[in-house]
Design a binder for this molecule. Structure first.
Ligand code: MN
Length: 201
């Protein structure tokens, strides 16, 4: 069983000026590729059924992965899963405002998009070091959370429907140490159709 990296479904410069082309190219072609390669290395001698989605390695970690390999799968399987979703959540061409059931839940849970942004931005800005901030589906409602490194919310039984990569590799070329400016810019590129699709999946 080998995982592979899909080509980015849009041009590296499609998110300019909010996320620059060089960052997108290095982030996708080198960083994401490295997670895929290291995941494949970690599971090379395991008997993982063909077609097992990477997310299942995380949701069923203890059943599928021996203890000695769990750390590598959390890091590199998480890296593969998280980035695959991230590229979809920021893909150009979708709804530019919350839509569908997610729109209703943002209203009822956070009092609207501004309320969600306030919580999410704080989670993203205060995640110490490398990690992610998330909107997760928790039962029938939404929650804002953050995780260190490449830890996926799937490890805690929560389904991510939107997330921001706050590793420095995600923003340093354009924003340097100004993580909050990158977080603000991120909202300009969120594809709300993709967020709704993650919620319904
Ligand atoms: Mn990244």
């Amino acid at each position: 069983m080998q995982y592979s990296l899909d080509p980015l479904a849009y041009a590296f410069d499609a998110l300019e000026p909010h996320i620059d082309a060089q960052t997108m190219e290095i982030h996708h072609d080198r960083h994401h590729q490295t997670y895929v390669d290291k995941l494949n290395g970690a599971i090379a001698d395991l008997d993982i059924a063909d077609g097992t989605p990477v997310d299942q390695l995380l949701t069923d970690l203890k059943d599928l992965i021996p203890e000695a390999k769990q750390g590598a799968v959390i890091n590199h399987g998480g890296g593969h899963s998280n980035h695959s979703k991230f590229w979809d959540w920021i893909a150009p061409g979708g709804a530019t405002e919350p839509t569908g059931d997610v729109a209703g839940l943002i209203e009822s849970t956070f009092g609207g998009l501004d309320g969600l942004k306030e919580k999410f931005n704080a989670a993203a800005a205060t995640q110490f070091g490398s990690g992610w901030a998330w909107v997760v589906k928790s039962g029938d409602s939404l929650e804002v959370t953050s995780t260190p490194n490449q830890n996926s919310p799937l490890l805690e039984g929560k389904t991510p429907i939107l997330g921001i990569d706050v590793w420095e590799h995600a923003y340093y070329l354009k924003y340097q140490n100004k993580r909050p400016a990158y977080i603000d810019a991120f909202w300009n590129v969120v594809n709300w159709d993709a967020v709704e699709a993650s919620f319904q999946a």
